[in-house]
Design a protein around this ligand. Structure first.
Ligand code: ZN
Length: 373
């Protein structure tokens, strides 16, 4: 699963997808470890590991993630978070995370993770955020020495099934001028709607910190509604089940007519970005209602209808993927050309949790890079 070494060229014009400037908005820190790092850090703390070499470790992640069982899938995170309980472990993983993004052509990456899951060995929430920030900054500096320009932002995440939402929101605000650019909630979606964390979201709204919410992945429209109303989400983590709010009629003349329900209308017209993650959406069953192949993903329908679709990896280790690979898979499935891929990157630039000047600069970098391709 060496996704970095594999070459991806666009059919037709043969453009090297890895070299194109890209933006990654939905990428979990505990889902992006190098297998080698997991082995080294795991052995260092005497962890019971499911494999003893890089290949079988990568294979284990692939099998667990493709098992069709959410329980087996989530076990992989028990393992990755276990080696991310010290400042050194967090900083190393964060540094390598940035280097891997940079090698994949990413020029701006938002890195999400849940500090509350990294306190088992005595770190405080603030120490954990600082350790990750140190690693991200070191990674960007090291990438610069390798000829890559990349910047990052932390998305501090609260777990939706615990009750620390407000505490984590306050943590995000404390670090907003030291690397944190936004807030998210993650974990089991069904049964844990965003309204559970209404106090946290109210506080964040009062402080004007941007929010994205995992919604429309493992649950449907009501979860998305709560993300928008209770969370004031400016983006939706995956959000693919917004397609449940589309009424599709096929007429006798072969034409297809689509009517948008009120939630879909809001998401499209307010340009609420959808952080779709093609491989992950297949593996977690998020698109099961539409089919079990990538061509069944409502991504293309949403794109054609004018939704602000973005392409993401979610968990690179678990899915054995990279942003370049996800773009290649979508191109294969839907016949996208460079212009389409550029739109997805410009969508991501517009939706980044950065000041408008910075977003315009990212857009220029993307346009320049795609012009050269
Ligand atoms: Zn996610």
């Amino acid at each position: 699963m060496d996704t970095i070494a594999t070459e991806y060229r666009l059919e037709g014009d043969g453009a090297d997808l890895r070299a194109l400037p890209k933006i990654s908005l939905h990428d979990h820190l505990d889902g992006g470890l190098r297998p080698q790092t997991l082995l080294e850090l795991g052995e260092g703390i005497g962890l019971d590991l499911p494999a003893s070499d890089v290949e079988s470790m990568a294979e284990w992640f692939s099998v667990q993630s493709n098992s069709g069982s959410l329980v087996e899938y989530l076990k992989t995170f028990d393992l990755t978070t276990a080696v991310m309980q010290t400042a050194e472990g967090l900083a190393r993983v964060a540094r390598e995370f940035v280097l891997d993004l940079a090698a994949d052509g990413v020029i701006y990456g938002e890195v999400r993770w849940a500090p509350e899951q990294h306190l088992a060995r005595g770190l405080t929430l603030d120490e954990a955020v600082e350790a990750v920030q140190a690693g991200l900054e070191q990674g960007a500096e090291d990438a610069r020495h390798q000829g890559h320009r990349i910047r990052t932002g932390q998305l501090v995440t609260a777990m939706r099934h615990t009750d620390r939402g407000l505490e984590i929101a306050e943590l995000a605000i404390r670090h907003r001028y030291h690397g944190v650019v936004g807030f998210d909630i993650a974990g089991p979606e069904a049964g844990f709607p965003p309204s559970r964390h209404r106090t946290a979201f109210d506080y964040l709204a009062s402080q004007f910190l941007p929010v994205t919410v995992h919604a429309g992945e493992a649950d449907g429209l009501e979860s998305i509604r709560s993300a928008l109303v209770d969370g004031r989400a400016l983006r939706l983590g995956h959000g693919v089940r917004i397609a449940e709010d589309l009424q599709i009629d096929r007429h006798d003349d072969g034409d297809m007519y689509v009517t948008l329900g009120p939630i879909a209308q809001w998401v499209r017209d307010r340009e609420i970005a959808l952080e779709t993650s093609p491989s992950s959406n297949l593996q977690t069953g998020a698109i099961a209602a539409w089919g079990d192949d990538l061509v069944d993903h409502p991504f293309d329908l949403l794109y054609q209808l004018g939704f602000r679709v973005t392409v993401n990896t979610d968990n690179r280790l678990q899915s054995g993927t990279s942003l370049t690979r996800e773009l290649a898979l979508l191109s294969d499935a839907f016949g996208y050309d460079l212009d389409d891929l550029e739109v997805f990157q410009l969508n991501a630039a517009a939706a980044a949790f950065l000041p408008i000047d910075d977003r315009e600069e990212l857009a220029e970098q993307i346009e320049d890079g795609f012009d050269e391709a």
